[in-house]
Design a protein around this ligand. Structure first.
Ligand SMILES: Cc1cc2nc3c(=O)[nH]c(=O)nc-3n(C[C@H](O)[C@H](O)[C@H](O)COP(=O)(O)OP(=O)(O)OC[C@H]3O[C@@H](n4cnc5c(N)ncnc54)[C@H](O)[C@@H]3O)c2cc1C
Length: 306
């Protein structure tokens, strides 16, 4: 039977690897699925990562390889793709979903996979310098800093991975860390093996310097409060991420903005599931994100049988 206009059994919000996996799997289980994605680029946080690490299969895959494969497969399984974001969800007697073009949908169940956005440094002129020295993509923008000195801010996996990409083309890569590196051992060993990578510890960026483009930064030592300046032309901040949940009802969110789930990815509303970087207990890697998407699709399919 043809669905009524704007009706779908399952709405999946987010075309990152968790959402794409969820939509594809739910459709393969025979459900009528609508996927919403707010960005023109599918793949979310790994959309611009050249070589995704930690996959369970041999070979080199970019975030785009994975996203495009999942998207094509989802489309083959008849997932309806809506290329706009979700602006609001209301959880009444029925679920009401309003997209950013003000269209309303009434899905029977929902998988929220809207992930997270990289945190900003929160210093003056940061926005102004995006594309003029400030970047969050080493693969895309690294070549612009060939032979130059760049700063990577942060000490987690993403910062380490991006620093290693930059180290292939930049003269010096300086990692600015507030605390000891939290990146996995493998990344730490690789960073230590690169002669052009160095570290500034216990520090954070307090100002970006420059006129038309970045010429350096001012650092603040978080232990003794002293300031120093360092020259660089590129600045790559990877200081964590905040969940994309502005459109999610407050009843599903925690104080940090994440969505609280129980085992099986259910939220406090039995019709709503959450997977990947948007949920509280998420572990942080794409294999998990994809597996969670599949797990939630199974749970939704079971729910809709009753
Ligand atoms: C630089 C970097 C490198 C990384 N490299 C690796 C790696 O090599 N290996 C690894 O295992 N992990 C890596 N990670 C971690 C990995 O990216 C995440 O764990 C994973 O991508 C989370 O997937 P997700 O689908 O849950 O969320 P996301 O990737 O954040 O995707 C969420 C999607 O939802 C969309 N969205 C947001 N709001 C809305 C809305 N209102 N309506 C519709 N759509 C919306 C977003 O546009 C996005 O496409 C890396 C992270 C970073 C930052």
């Amino acid at each position: 039977m043809r669905p009524l206009k704007n009706m779908s059994e399952v709405a999946v919000i987010g075309g990152g690897l968790a959402g794409l996996s969820a939509a594809r799997h739910a459709a393969r289980l025979g459900r009528l699925v609508t996927l919403f994605e707010s960005s023109p680029l599918y793949g979310g946080l790994v959309a611009t990562v050249d070589e995704v690490d930690g996959l369970l299969v041999p070979g080199k895959f970019s975030g785009q390889d994975l996203a495009i494969h999942l998207l094509q497969d989802a489309r083959k399984a008849a997932v309806q793709v809506v290329e706009t974001g979700v602006a609001k969800i209301e959880l009444g007697k029925r679920i009401t979903l309003i997209d950013q073009e003000n269209k309303t949908y009434y899905p029977e169940a929902m998988i929220i996979a809207s992930g997270a956005s990289l945190r900003k440094l929160g210093v003056a002129r940061e926005e102004e310098f995006i594309g003029r020295g400030v970047s969050r993509c080493a693969t895309c923008d690294g070549p612009f800093f060939r032979g130059q000195d760049v700063l990577v801010v942060g000490g987690g996996d993403a910062a380490a991975q991006e620093a290693l990409v930059l180290a292939k083309t930049s003269r010096r890569v300086i990692m600015v860390c507030r605390s000891p590196l939290k990146a996995k051992r493998d990344y730490i060993d690789k960073l230590a093996a690169r002669e052009n990578v160095s570290f500034i510890w216990d520090s954070e960026v307090s100002a970006i310097l420059g006129h038309d483009g970045v010429s350096g930064v001012r650092l603040r030592n978080v232990k003794d409060g002293t300031s120093s300046e360092i020259e660089c032309t590129g600045l790559f901040p990877f200081i964590g991420a905040t969940p994309n949940t502005g459109f999610v009802p407050a009843s599903l969110r925690t104080a940090t903005g994440h969505i609280k789930t129980s085992p099986g990815f259910a939220t406090s509303d039995p019709r709503v599931f959450a997977v990947g970087a948007v949920r509280t207990e998420y572990g942080g890697n794409v294999v998990e994100a994809m597996a969670e998407g599949v797990g939630a699709a199974e749970a939704v399919a079971r729910l809709l049988l009753h």
